[in-house]
Design a protein around this ligand. Sequence first.
Ligand code: ATP
Ligand code: MG
Length: 574
Amino acid sequence: MRLSRQYAPTLKESPAEAEVVSHKLLLRAGMIRKLTSGIYTYLPLGLRVLNKVADIVREEMNRAGAQEILMPMVQPGDLWKESGRWEFYGKELLRIKDRHDRDYCLGPTHEEVVTDLVRGEVKSYRQLPINLYQIQTKFRDEIRPRFGLMRGREFVMKDAYSFDRDDAGADESYKAMFHAYERIFERLGLRFKAVMADSGAIGGSFSNEFMVLAETGEDTIASCLSCDFAANLERAEINPPQGAAPCASLPLETVATPGKHTVEEVCEFLSVPPSKLIKTLIYLADGEPVAALVRGDRELNEAKLSNLLNAGMLAMAPPEVVKEVSNAPVGFAGPKGLKVKRLVADHELALGADWITGANAADAHHLHLDLARDAEVETFADLRVITPEDPCPRCGGALEFAKGIEVGHVFKLGLKYSSTLNCKYLDEQGKEQFMVMGSYGIGVSRIVAAAIEQNNDDRGIVWSPPIAPFEVAVLSLAGKKQEVADKAQEIHDALESAGIEVMLDDRKERPGVKFADADLVGYPMQLVVGDKGLANGIVEAKDRRTGERTEIALENFLENFKNWRTEVRNGWGL
Ligand code: ATP
Ligand code: MG
């Protein structure tokens, strides 16, 4: 391909709307353009990257025995009403009506549609297991679409769905997908980690997320330095504390703490460390006021609280509710006499009997509060966010924290959809059984952004070779010299005939512009063809990732180039 003919409008400055580096660089390198909030057009170079990611995903899904289908984007509301998700999905589901006033939605995911397909046709145990997948555009009306391709409203997902006879079969299907995902992320050339994840509202026995490691990631991963434990922070459990039973309680005391609402203010005022305090956090769980207690220096894990309470909807209570249940302004709630439906506490609080808490009265706190004596705690459970100082919940080893971007999610669904949508088969005895399902997503377009978040520098994108729009850029520094231009074209043609994807920068631009654009677009390998090099029988080669330069002799050029290419790819772990 010749750059002079390529539609790839690069920009010198980052557009103001872009906050994260992948979004900035995708715009600057001429790979995407915004149509409207969270909705983008892929320009030729961006589409090449997207397609390469999709091709690797497709090859590995096929290798794992999944079969590709293509389901519609527009889905009938009736099917969602049947599964019960029409009510529960909330505003991310974009609902529309047709001319007959019938309900439809744009598919944010396809459990309903695929289950409807299979229940109509798969009747016998002999037809199972099956795994069907698609690579298709999803629509989710995200509350805050942002970061370009990272969190779009319209985005490309690979979604696969497995149907098995029984639990053991479903576990096999799950494992096959897990291993396919490992191969996919290895082949993409990205550093990644598979972690245990929260199954959330979807439920089921297990779920793993695949994270691309990047400092800018929104998720935190806790992993053990001694064993293979790795979990999303949301999901990392903390074992119950071991320790001595609480000492004898002192009598409860109330002290004035005028205007001291926050943990810091109270600690400073009473000259105590935050670990002496209990924070009383008030939530609405499915509309009912509940409270969770954690130590003053800890952070509540909302996913754990939501799982413990089995809450469909969990949200911080608004100030009016806090005032009502605590009889006090915000900042003075405490466990003694709090008017909530359920009161739960983090299990480490069971180890103390001398806490400082809000007194459920304006400007007052309790001293020497003993939860066993002074409050009615329903359960003590694991409720807080793990910290790097906590031991590994599996082996007790030291933990390490890292940032990641969720690019894939595998779920064991069990009977959730097959039972609500009545998806059954006849077993060997002729008895009807529900199929056991799994669902497996990969954010194909999010991977494009995540790859950039992981690999970039101040000059631009650094693509890993398997997903680069072109693997090699040949920069022709011909000026007015036709023989240099001819040689650059010859090198381009030789590489192209050898099946290597190559872009020739044949524009009438200064060398500085060509270098800058090649670095910005992020071709992993650059070849610079100039008259000085040609006079010495070489072209200069640059590895975009390391910046290392080397000379490639023109004699036996293809062989020399391929050796260097192997080195560059090895550097990527490919
Ligand atoms: P998130 O927590 O980031 O919203 P999710 O749990 O809603 O993700 P899934 O329903 O598991 O995501 O979807 C499968 C995959 O699709 C995710 O792992 C992610 O890579 C991708 N994905 C989800 N939402 C978006 C989005 N708005 N834009 C781009 N990719 C997305
Ligand atoms: Mg989401």
